[in-house]
Design a protein around this ligand. Structure first.
Ligand code: SAM
Length: 326
């Protein structure tokens, strides 16, 4: 372990810094983070300080060795929602983890991604590369809802270790945290304060929303108001059921992705009001604390939230790493 008083972390593809935040809260020093997107990096800096460098992970080098290397490479090429493009150039970015590991010699490496990453050929190459350097590799899939987050969100965590595999402890919970739990004490309607903002729907979107009951989705529009359904919906039928979805008070939300204020991209409509969720409501469903400062336009903030590891899940992973280092 490093001679600093706290074990050290380097965070690649750091986004707005929510995984760094979880490690920092768990007793780590974040010594270097790299992120391409300037707005995300500004949010990082506003909350966590100057460890962030804006740039391409492929063109930057480690400043020093570290105890833990964490990385959240882009997932579009692996996501089941995307086309699972095996030749998506972004898939190669995760191999940067091997290059950085060679330079900064961490005891532990954590790579977070979508569940389908574990089926990708790139994942095998990543593990083979790390094994050739002497690391033992393993992977688990964790659902944020099992860690007290009011959101169904399954993500893979690949560990590479020189000191044994970290074991992530799930908290004992009697029931899932729901949308209602997450929003208790929040103004029921967006008041414009602290990113509690939601775009006004267009007249067509409003008419569609009025036909959708709690837990309903695009199929309710097709059944109750067929004239509001475009021809493309009739062509594809009901294969994708989450779009134009309305949340339910007594359940966790479905996975929040980067376009979480676009009703045609997921289950993002308020349980009873005719609008998509506000950014603050999204942050609450992601276990991001109210004093976290977001920087950027609403679409950029939505991307920062949808891309991030919910801090409560990240903390369980960070504490597992801390136990393994001690
Ligand atoms: C899934 S997000 C990471 C989220 C982060 N772990 C968190 O918890 O907030 C992936 C990030 O990689 C960034 N990215 C994509 N290509 C990159 C590159 N070549 N170099 C650095 N960052 C890159 C994206 O801008 C995006 O913010």
């Amino acid at each position: 372990m490093s001679k600093r008083s706290h074990p050290t972390v380097i965070d690649l593809f750091a986004g707005a810094g929510l995984l760094s935040f979880a490690f920092q809260r768990s007793g780590f020093d974040i010594i270097q983070s790299v992120e391409l997107d300037a707005a995300a990096a500004n949010t990082y800096r506003a909350n966590l300080g100057d460890a962030i460098r804006v740039g391409d992970v492929r063109r930057i080098h480690p400043l020093s060795q570290c105890d833990v290397l964490v990385a959240g490479p882009p997932c579009q090429g692996f996501s089941t929602l995307g086309k699972r493009n095996r030749s998506d150039p972004r898939n190669e970015l995760c191999m940067e983890v091997v290059r950085w590991a060679r330079r900064c010699d961490p005891s532990l490496i954590v790579v977070e991604n979508v569940e389908a990453f574990l089926q990708a050929e790139t994942w095998e190459r990543l593990c083979n590369g790390l094994q050739r350097m002497g690391y033992e590799t393993s992977a688990i899939v964790l659902n944020a809802v099992d860690f007290g987050v009011a959101q169904q969100r399954r993500r893979s965590f690949t560990f590479a270790s020189q000191i044994g595999t970290p074991s992530v402890h799930k908290p004992r919970m009697k029931k899932c945290r729901t949308v209602l739990d997450a929003w208790t004490d929040l103004a029921p309607e967006p008041d414009g304060l602290n990113h509690h903002v939601s775009p006004a729907p267009s007249p067509l979107a409003l008419a569609r929303m009025k036909t959708i009951p709690p837990g309903g989705d695009k199929r309710d529009i097709m059944a109750a108001a067929p004239h509001l359904a475009p021809p493309s919906w009739w062509r594809v039928g009901c294969a994708v059921t989450d779009v134009w979805g309305r949340m339910q008070w007594d359940s966790p939300s479905n996975t929040l992705r980067t376009a979480l204020q676009n009703p045609s991209k997921g289950r993002y409509i308020h349980p009873e009001q005719h609008r998509v969720i506000s950014l603050r409501e999204a942050a609450r469903l992601h276990s991001i604390p109210d004093d976290w400062r977001f920087v950027g336009l609403p679409t950029q903030v939505a991307r920062q939230i949808g891309n991030s590891v919910p801090p409560q899940l990240g903390r369980a992973v960070a504490l597992a790493c801390m136990r393994q280092l001690n």
